[in-house]
Design a protein around this ligand. Structure first.
Ligand code: NAP
Ligand code: ZN
Ligand code: ZN
Length: 376
């Protein structure tokens, strides 16, 4: 284990000297895989990461999950894409250098970075640990730093420099590869379940058994809920059962849906493409909650009568704040929860295959890129 020696003669913020580890002094030459437009393939992209400032942590990226949001953004489906874009916001890695005021981390720590890399830290949302609702949130990619100019680049890359506040500790018992998707798929499903007190008496419906959906099942089961998976794919029935779901319904089968009408307390909709949300709302009990986390590009069409007659609450949820993300990771450490992954090295070719297969829901249940071995 490398130990940390602080130089006492040099008063520069990032004067950390570490045995066997090079201390970076200049902007750090970095590599990633980027797209140049909504239709272009991935290409190798060289750029620079900043040297850690006093409150920054410099991380060697080991793994990065492929979230469906990466695909929406790479393809400009949300109409806000900036190029060149290096996607990736399910990042795990190891700390290589820390700024002088960093308290939480030491060189060699296993860490994670999710969708955010900065925010104002002073607005009402930030003060309530809801940095994701800050008007100035800086996302990990397809975004800028707080200066509104410097582009951010995501985790399909070898290094990243991030403000300490936006870095999480990965519990020691969790492997860095299968933990990576916790940083988005994990927190995005954990947060709404916690917010609506999902627990022992909850009949929970999870729509879509993908990256987010399979984590929602694991969390729902760990929290004691009665979990039903509603999927388009009959072939996922056995997996749903293995994940701990008590029942499984095929959404295209009207008879199966009829059998669970008016039965759910809470539905989490994680579907990435346009689908029949109105039909799903009718599965809720009186006063039931429908929480949508999936973000298909097209607007929803829902008859108002569905809300009126059963006083249904329709809501959404956006990732989770930094405090809750750490809470989720600690919960995963305690319960031994990780993601089911398919690991691959990143290259323009493998990324294309991974995107195509994710679009076909042909992945169990998250692709994770081995960034450590992708630039050899
Ligand atoms: P994913 O792994 O591709 O899973 C999506 C699942 O949706 C698929 O596995 C499939 O499940 C189902 N599905 C796909 N096409 C469908 C269709 N036409 N009709 C019905 N069901 C369909 O995607 P993900 O990474 O979990 O992300 C899901 C969505 O959440 C994306 O839109 C993403 O952008 C969004 N997201 C939101 C947040 C947030 O903060 N709110 C965070 C992360 C991601 P079955 O095979 O079981 O039907
Ligand atoms: Zn994501
Ligand atoms: Zn703020």
């Amino acid at each position: 284990i490398s130990f940390l020696l602080r130089s006492t003669t040099d008063n520069k913020a990032d004067s950390t000297v570490v045995s066997n580890v090079v201390t970076h002094a200049d902007p750090i030459a970095s590599k990633g895989f980027a797209v140049d437009s909504s239709t272009s393939p991935f290409k190798l992209f060289e750029f620079e990461r900043r040297v850690p400032k006093a409150d920054d942590v410099f991380i060697r990226i080991h793994y990065c999950g492929i979230c469906h949001s990466d695909i929406h953004q790479a393809k400009n489906e949300w109409h806000n894409s900036r190029y060149p874009m290096i996607p990736g916001h399910e990042i795990t890695g190891v700390v290589e250098q820390v700024g002088s005021s960093v308290k939480k981390f030491r060189v060699g720590d296993n860490v994670g970075i999710g969708c955010m890399v900065d925010s104002c830290l002073s607005c009402n949302s930030c003060k309530k640990d809801l940095e994701q609702h800050c008007p100035d949130t800086c996302y990990s990619y397809n975004s800028t730093e707080l200066d509104k100019v410097t582009p951010t680049y995501g985790g399909y890359s070898n290094f990243i420099t991030v403000k300490e506040h936006f870095v999480c500790k990965i519990p020691k018992n969790l492997p860095l590869d299968a933990a990576a998707p916790l940083l988005c798929a994990g927190i995005t499903t954990y947060s709404p379940l916690r917010q609506y007190n999902v627990g022992k008496n909850t009949r929970l419906g999870v729509i879509g058994l993908g990256g987010l959906g399979h984590m929602a099942v694991k969390f729902g089961v760990a929290m004691g809920a009665h979990v039903t998976v509603i999927s388009t794919s009959e072939s996922k029935r056995d997996d749903a059962t293995k994940l701990g779901a008590k029942s499984f319904l095929v959404s295209k089968d009207e008879e199966q849906l009829k059998s669970v009408k008016d039965s759910f307390d809470f539905i989490l909709d994680s579907v990435s493409a346009p689908h029949d949300v109105a039909g799903m709302i009718s599965l809720l009990k009186f006063n039931g909650v429908y929480c949508i986390v999936g973000a298909p590009p097209k607007p929803l069409e829902i008859p108002s009568i569905l809300f009126i007659t059963k006083r249904v609450i329709f809501t959404g949820s956006l990732i989770g704040g930094m405090k809750e993300t750490q809470e989720m990771l600690d919960f995963c450490g305690k319960h031994g929860i990780t993601c089911d992954i398919e690991k691959m090295e990143a290259s323009p070719e493998t990324l294309q295959v991974a995107y195509e297969r994710t679009l076909k829901s042909d992945v169990k249940y998250r692709f994770v890129l081995d960034m450590l071995n992708s630039f050899k």
